[in-house]
Design a protein around this ligand. Structure first.
Ligand SMILES: [Zn+2]
Length: 327
């Protein structure tokens, strides 16, 4: 198994854009229904990419340190959290699971957010902002599986647009590959050093379990191993216990949710909304290569009717990194 080659990505000329705040995706693309009315053939007019302005406190301070004055509580805080779900950022042409987005598309999608006064942030930051009534304009960005292309390709683009994201990694498969996807293509997973580098780059590290198994089919011992053991490993690896857990395949049950809660996680990311929807089963929307501006616009319009509001418990919001280690 060889890792995919780096994806060279020519950056286009940038022009400064006033930094603004943000306003989010799932596991397997085929589970996401098509967006009615969106034309796959439609193409968003080129939106100037937004550079990561070092003068922007949101960029300089990293995740968990958003500037406050421009954010405000309002009706937006009562709308469902919008959390986007990505996986791999690479050549999407050989991807039967449709979980790969090209670097150019990701760049345009992030520019689309910023051009609309929205900003992508990690889920912990989104939840903290929600608890403080400051989530309007924020979109959660998540990258499942922890591929090396997150560090090599996604992080530079996130920085460029002044965004952060949560990457859900697999401490039981460090440096391995996505063998759970039988049809491939094989993609290399982050090593321990890669995970640390992503954290040092300002990204939130969450757990995706140890081995990427369907937890709804796991027994109590495996459930504990996948949830508590992975959290302990990531704590030792990064120096901070992760707040977030992401259910492989989006598969969650009451028993799985309870195991995640008992392991000490503050939130959980699922895919589809359902009876367990809440802070421990946050629904996300898949964002793929076909999501040009018009499709994103439709997804944004449909979001409030496709996702139930997530109850907000300020006391349960993840603590900021500056407030000390994790649980
Ligand atoms: Zn996964």
């Amino acid at each position: 198994m060889t890792p995919d080659p780096p994806q060279p990505f020519p950056l286009r000329p940038l022009r400064p854009v006033r930094p603004v705040r943000p306003v989010s995706p799932a596991l397997r693309a085929p589970t996401t229904p098509a967006v009615p009315g969106a034309s796959a053939a439609s193409v968003l007019p080129a939106v100037p990419a937004v550079p990561a302005d070092p003068a922007d406190p949101a960029v300089a301070a990293g995740p968990g340190h958003l500037p406050g004055p421009r954010r405000q509580a309002g009706h937006g805080d009562r709308s469902p959290l919008w959390v986007w779900m990505y996986h791999s950022v690479a050549d999407p042409s050989r991807d039967p699971y449709r979980i790969t987005v090209s670097p150019r598309r990701l760049d345009r999608q992030l520019a689309w957010l910023r051009a609309r006064g929205l900003r992508g942030v990690c889920v912990a930051e989104l939840l903290r902002a929600r608890a403080a009534g400051r989530a309007a304009g924020l979109v959660g960005l998540t990258f499942d599986d922890g591929y090396t292309d997150f560090l090599d390709t996604a992080v530079p683009l996130l920085h460029r647009h002044g965004c952060t994201a949560t990457v859900f990694v697999l401490p039981g498969l460090l440096g391995g590959d996505n063998a759970w996807d039988p049809e491939g293509p094989r993609r290399r997973l982050l090593t321990a050093d890669g995970i640390r580098a992503a954290a040092e780059a300002g990204m939130e590290i969450g757990s995706h379990g140890m081995r990427h198994i369907d937890l709804t089919r796991a027994g109590p011992d495996d459930l504990h191993y996948e949830t508590a053991r992975s959290r302990d490993m990531l704590h030792r690896l990064t120096g901070r216990a992760p707040d977030g857990f992401c259910y492989p395949y989006g598969a969650v049950s009451p028993a799985v949710l309870t195991a995640v809660q008992q392991a000490g996680y503050g939130y959980g990311c699922a895919i589809d909304a359902g009876p367990l929807t809440g802070p421990l089963a946050l629904p996300r929307v898949h964002i793929g290569e076909s999501d040009t501006g018009p499709r994103l616009h439709v997804k944004r319009l449909l979001h409030p009717v496709r996702r139930r509001p997530v109850p907000c418990d300020p006391a349960a919001a993840p603590s900021a990194p500056s407030e000390g280690g994790g649980r």
